[in-house]
Design a protein around this ligand. Sequence first.
Ligand code: NAP
Length: 115
Amino acid sequence: MIKMLITGAEGQVGQALKQQAVLQGIDCVAYSRQDLDITSPSMIAMALHRHQPTVVINAAAYTNVERAEEEPINAYAINAEAVQSLAEACHHQHIPLLHLSTDYVFFRRKKCSLC
Ligand SMILES: NC(=O)c1ccc[n+]([C@@H]2O[C@H](COP(=O)([O-])OP(=O)(O)OC[C@H]3O[C@@H](n4cnc5c(N)ncnc54)[C@H](OP(=O)(O)O)[C@@H]3O)[C@@H](O)[C@H]2O)c1
């Protein structure tokens, strides 16, 4: 039986996933940022250990594109490093991780030559 763990559950995608889980009768644990900050490897480990999900969907992200340019370190910590931690923790426990991407990807230091 599927047991889904959603991160970033209070966001747009997270809320839609929660609704769908209810409609489809899927067992679902939904974590807001407050309860599971994905930049914290120990919080990730605790949540996986506690719920033993069969799949994790990462809907947590730093999505404010304009502010991301002013806060690149914070954006990178959430959108890159934390996702790596999540992927490693899931891999370690043989749990598939579904991560949503975006077309709003840009270089950190200088503008892309194609922009
Ligand atoms: N919405 C779409 O149509 C769409 C389409 C394609 C792809 N996506 C992708 O789907 C993902 C989610 O998008 P969204 O539209 O749902 O964004 P959103 O509404 O901004 O939701 C993102 C959620 O992540 C949370 N979050 C931020 N940092 C976190 C952290 N360190 N730990 C845990 N949670 C954290 C945010 O909490 P706070 O509000 O408290 O910061 C917010 O609840 C993104 O990767 C986006 O690129 C979205």
